[in-house]
Write a protein that binds this ligand. Structure first.
Ligand code: BV8
Ligand code: ZN
Length: 235
């Protein structure tokens, strides 16, 4: 099986990875739906929505501040590093649902953050947007224009950034091989990307510890962790 994948990777003109929380799990960042999942403690619909933010901006900000501290302490794991290594000599595009910037910190170049980034903030009203790595003295922080700042992430019910989504669809529809790593594919429209690749005749590989609703369209399913599977893909 590994020879088949390595051969496909060597011949591929374009390789696309679709990644989710599972690839960052071995960096110590809890997944959403796992037993230690983030959402076991919190109800996602209580916190990852624009209504929740306006209802209780301080609570939502506290949740993101707690996650951001953990994320900034985290390091890329061998799964992120293997994708970055492959990207040094192959045309690799990473379409990630993660907001932790670990692919970029691992050295990957073509990374598209479908659901935004926890280390960027933006104003709820004006066009202000900036990277943040320090904490805030007051929550919610205010913009110079006086309005509330918010994490630059895509909440449930919000559209994905148009340019990012269009790019993601294009790459998924024109790749020779798609490798889906560490995602339950429970969230749309990101969970459509494997369908676009399959429709385009791409070789489909998943590296996921559990089956997903798309497992039956995969040519190869690796039921193992990202940090152990991916380095074998690229050596
Ligand atoms: C939109 C950012 C339209 C924020 C996230 C019914 C009601 C309400 C809404 C909907 C509904 N039905 C459909 C919807 C739409 C909704 C949706 O899909 N809801 C789901 C829950 C049903 N989608 C949206 O709202 C999207 N927007 O549709 O807009 C629109 C259009 C035009 C104009 C206006 C509006 C926006 C969705 C984005 C939400 N934001 N995150 C934040 O992080 O705080 S979603 C969040 O969960 C993540 O970003 C990720 O995308 C998502 C799924 O999580 P996963 O990454 O898959 O993680 P999970 O824990 O689920 O799975 C981990 C997997 O890894 C598991 O399979 C496990 O087995 C495996 N694993 C674990 N460890 C390892 C491993 N594998 C390998 N190695 C390991 N070590
Ligand atoms: Zn502003």
């Amino acid at each position: 099986m590994w020879d088949a994948i390595s051969e496909k990777l060597q011949d591929a003109e374009k390789i696309v990875f679709v990644t989710g929380a599972g690839i960052s799990q071995e960096s110590g960042i809890p997944t959403f739906r796992g037993k230690e999942g983030l959402w076991r403690k919190y109800d996602p619909m209580q916190l990852a929505t624009i209504d929740a933010f306006y209802q209780d901006p301080k609570l939502v900000w506290e949740w993101y501040e707690e996650r951001r501290r953990n994320i900034l302490d985290a390091k890329p794991n061998p799964g992120h590093l293997a994708i970055a290594e492959l990207g040094k000599y192959k045309n690799v595009h990473v379409l990630t649902q993660n907001i932790d910037s670990l692919h970029q910190r691992a050295g990957s170049k073509n990374v598209y953050e479908l659901h935004g980034s926890i280390i960027t903030i933006k104003c709820t009203v004006c066009s202000f947007k900036d990277k943040i790595t320090t904490g805030f003295s007051q929550l919610p922080p205010l913009c110079k224009c006086g309005n509330m700042l918010r994490p630059d992430v895509v909440w449930f019910g919000e559209a994905l950034p148009q340019d990012v989504w269009e790019h993601a669809m294009k790459q998924a529809s024109t790749c020779d091989i798609m490798i889906v790593v560490g995602t339950s594919l429970a969230v749309s429209p990101a969970n459509l990307l494997p369908v676009y690749a399959k429709q385009n005749g791409a070789t489909m590989v998943e590296a996921n510890t559990d089956p997903t609703p798309m497992s039956d369209i995969m040519d190869i399913s690796l039921r193992e962790s990202a940090a152990s599977a991916l380095p074998r893909l690229v050596n």
